[in-house]
Design a protein around this ligand. Structure first.
Ligand code: AP5
Ligand code: ZN
Length: 213
């Protein structure tokens, strides 16, 4: 199954991706996680991307498309994958279509998690992420069992550098101007579906599994 999770920053893509991994045994491909790993490793690409990420701006398409091209060629993507946070521009979506065409595969579903902007700020400022596996928690809405410890791998929970009220505004702006036009792109392709992302985490998961059944 080749899936894409779509939605504003903080809509719950990463949170729901974890449940899809468990159910379908396919990898999550999060461009945000890949970029943060490159920053942690202090690679040239990571250092260049950091400038954009710290300001809540999108990283240039050429960098992102290169990342995805390499990642989709890895053997664990053979039985499917979950794209999370990619594509975010029309150029990225077109590059993905071309890549998948060349691989002889197609997208099964684009699942949009709809959450209004006014809820996004609270979600992002209360988020805690695992420094080891990238899992997302929320101090109020989705707390980890043990404070500061990841439920999945025991890693330390930290606050992402771009998770502040100021950066959220530019990330939302990037979403509305550069990413939202993809709704039309994937609707025309016949794979776009929307879920109410404001429900509890477990309800969103149930809706998502129903839609994919
Ligand atoms: P990225 O890492 O992709 O961040 P994002 O899109 O801003 O999305 P998030 O990871 O913040 O949100 P999410 O939807 O996964 O929400 P989560 O599940 O954590 O990108 C970061 C940066 O990298 C970008 O700004 C850009 O610079 C760059 N970048 C990445 N990809 C790029 C690309 N393709 N092109 C160009 N640049 C790129 O949930 C959020 C919070 O809400 C958590 O605390 C969670 O516990 C909580 N929550 C989740 N679900 C619920 C629920 N149902 N109810 C209540 N709370 C909930
Ligand atoms: Zn973890």
């Amino acid at each position: 199954m080749n899936l894409m999770l779509f939605g504003a920053p903080g809509a719950g893509k990463g949170t729901q991706a974890k449940f899809l991994i468990e159910k379908y045994n396919i990898p999550q491909i999060s461009t945000g996680d890949i970029l943060r790993a490159a920053i942690a490793d202090k690679t040239d690409m990571g250092m260049e991307a950091k400038k954009f990420m710290d300001e809540g701006k999108l990283v240039p398409d050429s960098t992102i498309i290169g990342i995805i091209k390499d990642r989709l060629a890895e053997s664990d993507c053979k039985n499917g994958f979950i794209l999370d946070g990619f594509p975010r521009t029309l150029a990225q979506a077109e590059a993905l279509s071309e890549l998948m065409n060349n691989m002889g595969i197609s997208l099964d579903k684009v699942i949009s998690l709809n959450v209004p902007d006014e809820l996004i700020v609270g979600r992002i400022t209360g988020r805690r992420v695992c420094s080891k596996c990238g899992a997302s928690f929320h101090v109020e809405f989705n707390p980890s069992k043990k404070e500061d410890e990841c439920d999945y791998c025991g890693g330390e929970l930290i606050i992402r550098k771009d998770d502040n009220a100021e950066t959220v505004i530019s990330r939302l702006d990037a979403y509305h101007t550069q990413t939202a036009p993809l709704i039309d792109f994937y609707t025309k392709m016949g794979v776009f579906m929307e879920l109410d992302g404001t429900k509890d985490v477990s309800e969103v998961t149930a809706d998502m599994f129903n839609a994919l059944a």
